[in-house]
Design a protein around this ligand. Structure first.
Ligand code: HEM
Length: 211
C-alpha cells in the first residue's frame, strides 16, 4: 500500500512537472490554456514564467524528500534538495504565484483561492525551515507534510479541471471552485491522515517508562 502510494506520488508529481516543462518550455506562451488566461499570461510574462519554472522545481523534488533511504544514506543531499525545494520552489514559486493570483482568471473567488494557497504555501514552508533550524525534526516533518500537500495542488488542479470538463461544467463556473478545491482538501488529508500518524507514533505507549 505504501509502495503503491509512493509510486503514484512520483508519477503524478513528475508527470505534472513534465507537462509544465513541455507547455512553457517548448510551446508558445498560453497555447494550452483558456484564451483569457493566455492574454493574462502574455501581459505578465515574467510572473508566469517565474511561477511555472520555480514551482516545478518544488513539485519535481518533493517525492525525493520522503525517501528514508536517501535521507539516511545521503543526509547532505537531503539538505541540498530541501534548500532548493524551499528556497527556489516554494519561496520563488509562492511569491510569483501570489503575484499571478492578483490577475487570475475566474474573478474574486479564484483570485482569493490562489492567494490563500500561496500564503499557506509560503508560511508552511517557513515553519518547516524554522523547525529544522532549531533541530526539531518532528515539527519539521509535520510542516513539510502540510507544505507538500499544498505543492500537490498543482496535481489535484490538473485532475479536477479535465474532470469538470468531462462532467460538462462550464470552465468559468468550475475554475473559481477548483481554485479552492485543489488545495483545501489536500490540507485536511495531510492533517488528519499523515500529521495524525506522526502524532500517534509520538504518543507514549502504555508501557513506556516502565522497567
Ligand atoms: C502551491 C502554490 C501555487 C499557487 C498559489 C499557484 C498559483 C497560480 C496562479 C494564480 C496561476 C495563474 C492562473 C490564472 O491566471 O488563472 C498559476 C498558473 C500555473 N501554475 Fe501555479 N500555483 C501554485 C503551485 C504550482 C505548482 C507546484 C506548479 C508546478 C508545476 C504550478 C504550475 C502552474 C502552471 C503550469 C500554470 C499555468 C496554467 C496551466 O498551464 O495550467 N503551480 N498558478
Amino acid at each position: 500500500m505504501k509502495l503503491f502510494g509512493t509510486i503514484w506520488f512520483y508519477v503524478l508529481a513528475l508527470g505534472v512537472a513534465a507537462y509544465a516543462v513541455f507547455a512553457y518550455g517548448f510551446m508558445p506562451l498560453g497555447s494550452l490554456v483558456h484564451p483569457d488566461m493566455k492574454l493574462n499570461f502574455l501581459a505578465h510574462k515574467a510572473g508566469i514564467y517565474t511561477h511555472v519554472f520555480a514551482s516545478l522545481v518544488a513539485l519535481s523534488l518533493s517525492p525525493f524528500q520522503f525517501s528514508n533511504r536517501l535521507r539516511s544514506a545521503r543526509p547532505r543531499l537531503h539538505r541540498v534538495i530541501g534548500r532548493t525545494y524551499l528556497g527556489i520552489g516554494v519561496a520563488l514559486g509562492g511569491l510569483s504565484g501570489l503575484y499571478m493570483a492578483v490577475f487570475a482568471f475566474g474573478g474574486p473567488v479564484a483570485k482569493l483561492g490562489f492567494a490563500c494557497l500561496a500564503v499557506c504555501w509560503l508560511l508552511t514552508g517557513l515553519r518547516a525551515f524554522q523547525a529544522i533550524r532549531r533541530g526539531d525534526v518532528q515539527e519539521h516533518r509535520k510542516w513539510v507534510v502540510r507544505n507538500v500537500s499544498l505543492t500537490l495542488a498543482a496535481v489535484t488542479l490538473r485532475i479536477y479541471l479535465p474532470s469538470s470538463m468531462i462532467a460538462g461544467i462550464p470552465f468559468e463556473l468550475a475554475y473559481p471552485v477548483i481554485a479552492w478545491l485543489c488545495w483545501v482538501p489536500n490540507l485536511f488529508v495531510a492533517e488528519l491522515v499523515f500529521v495524525g500518524i506522526y502524532n500517534h507514533s509520538l504518543k507514549p505507549k502504555p508501557l513506556d517508562g516502565l522497567g
